[in-house]
Structure formats: structure tokens, C-alpha cells
Design a protein around this ligand. Structure first.
Ligand SMILES: [Zn+2]
Length: 113
């Protein structure tokens, strides 16, 4: 992989990281739901709970993604980016372009998940 490709992917990862971090700190409206649920029909309270649960699940997904992006950026700093961390084979640029956080070749995807 040439330097231009590396810079392109780093830029993408950094933008993605910034976007995720911006959204992750938005507080779910738990307190509002709790206060308003006192007078509400139980069905409404259940709906609120589902919304909060979904928001927490989304946050966990974002945390997970942030972790992957940080690992990829660290690999770039260490000069190991673009090589499978399992077998050391060069990961094709097409794969990195599609999945910039990939740290393994196609053959070893499952060992990471
Ligand atoms: Zn591999």
C-alpha cells in the first residue's frame, strides 16, 4: 500500500472517529421519560423503555466501532496497518477501502469476531 492510500484511509478513520465521538456524548432522555411516565399509560412507559434500551445498544455499537478505529489508527502509527494480524499477509487495498478498520485478511475475519 502506498502512502497516498494510507493517508486517505487515515483521513476516513479520523473523520469517522470524530463523528462517533460527537454523538456518543449525547445523553439519552432517561430522566424526562421517567418524570413524564408517572401520569402516562403503562404502554407509553414501555415504549420509552424500549427507546432507552435501543439508545444504549447503539452507544455500545459506537463504543465498539471507536475501539476498532483506534486500533486501526494505532496500527498505522506503528506501521503494521495493512497486514493481517493473524498471518501477516498484506490486506488488499480494496478490502481496506471497504472496511478501513480491518486488521485481518479475509481468511481470518472470523477469528477476530
Ligand atoms: Zn490472515
Amino acid at each position: 500500500m502506498n502512502n497516498e492510500h494510507l493517508q486517505q484511509l487515515r483521513h476516513e478513520l479520523e473523520e469517522e472517529l470524530a463523528t462517533l465521538q460527537q454523538h456518543i456524548h449525547e445523553e439519552p432522555t432517561v430522566e424526562d421519560s421517567e418524570l413524564s411516565s408517572i401520569d402516562n399509560h403503562p404502554a407509553d412507559a414501555a415504549t420509552d423503555l424500549t427507546t432507552v434500551t435501543t439508545e444504549i445498544a447503539l452507544d455500545e455499537m459506537k463504543e465498539d466501532e471507536i475501539g476498532k478505529i483506534r486500533a486501526a489508527l494505532r496500527a498505522m502509527d506503528e506501521g503494521t496497518y495493512g497486514k493481517c494480524i493473524v498471518c501477516g499477509k498484506v490486506i488488499p487495498f480494496e478490502r481496506l477501502e471497504a472496511v478501513p478498520t480491518a486488521l485481518t485478511c479475509i481468511d481470518h475475519v472470523e477469528e477476530m469476531e
